[in-house]
Ligand binder design. Sequence first.
Ligand code: PLP
Length: 393
Amino acid sequence: MLSEQALLYGNQSSAIRTLFEYGRKRAAVVGKDKICDFSLGNPSVPPPQALFDAFEAVLKADPMDTHGYTSAVGCDELRAALAESMTRRFGMALKPENFFITAGAAAALTACFCALTPDRETEFIALAPYFPEYKVYSETLGAKLRIVPADEVNFQIDFDALERTISKNTRGVVINSPNNPSGVVYTRATLEKLAELLRRKSAEAGHPIFLISDEPYRELTYGGAEVTFVPSVYENTLVCYSWSKCLSMPGDRLGYVLVPEQVTEWKSVFAAVAGASRMIGHVCAPSIVQKAVAKCVDAMPDLTVYARNRNLLLEALPAMGYECAKPDGAFYLFFRSPRGSGNDFSEEAKARDLLLVPAVTFGCPNHLRIAYCVDTAVVERSLPIFKELMEKK
Ligand code: PLP
């Protein structure tokens, strides 16, 4: 006998992975330069030199330290560097003790969902468009994930729908800004309204409703877009961060959960995150990566390529008639299918070797996602295909 749920997740490949694997096979037949593959959110710019230098220094240090376990909460150097950097950048006094270091955002989110699940009645809420893996992370320990439909005009929050979805069993709302797949950044006004609603609903429920702020794209913004530091707006916020996208190192697996001291009973919440992490077999994040990132927490790769790709697409697609969400961050552009569902249009595009992810699993069945973390040549090659698809009746 096997776990039905585990078997299901193991046999089910995500729409993104399926399309990506298709692209690899197709490229072997027609040549890589004939495919416009916008399927995967894998950074296409190298990490900054500061990270390479940091790895070099760590590799020269005491090997018993570099390759040994760190403490489960993470190594002292990284927690201290984070506390210093974030206190300086976001104006909230944070201490090393507020950070639990994880192997990426996936582990951080799973630990938070698990920590906030007291029983099988527990519900979390995600707002479409949402990262599909939230369902896997939250259901792992028996909680339910309820979905609020998207505000398809501005891709901010449909507050009436959210209010209707909150129940006495709601323990947390997960948000992701800058957003995958829409690229939209929540405004401060949106977050303030959300905070007000959650305060009111927490008081009605008699327990805090936490905000789980999933922020792997926090530093990827364009045109000076402001990304509000969510704990400055809502006290019961747990931040889940990752260096996968902002430092171009998704394979190195590093992130954290931030539990600020303003969180109700923060020490217990922190302990529950640590315990949850233990429950999912997360011993500690990779030691060598923790020590390297500790030396360059504020470093950033050169984002010129993403900005150029975004601008090219944003100039061209709306002029052709595509209805796009305004992407102030991340490296995704989201648009409404000009005809039929997102799945239908993705198939039409695929027949022309243009790979676009249909957004049904993100909770927006009529939209598609373009992951523009690719070489600019791919974007340039894709534009005539987008035009031809729009003009085809
Ligand atoms: N959350 C969002 C919105 C993502 O897009 C991703 C990865 O694509 C993750 C979480 C998981 O990131 P990580 O690689 O840090 O586990």
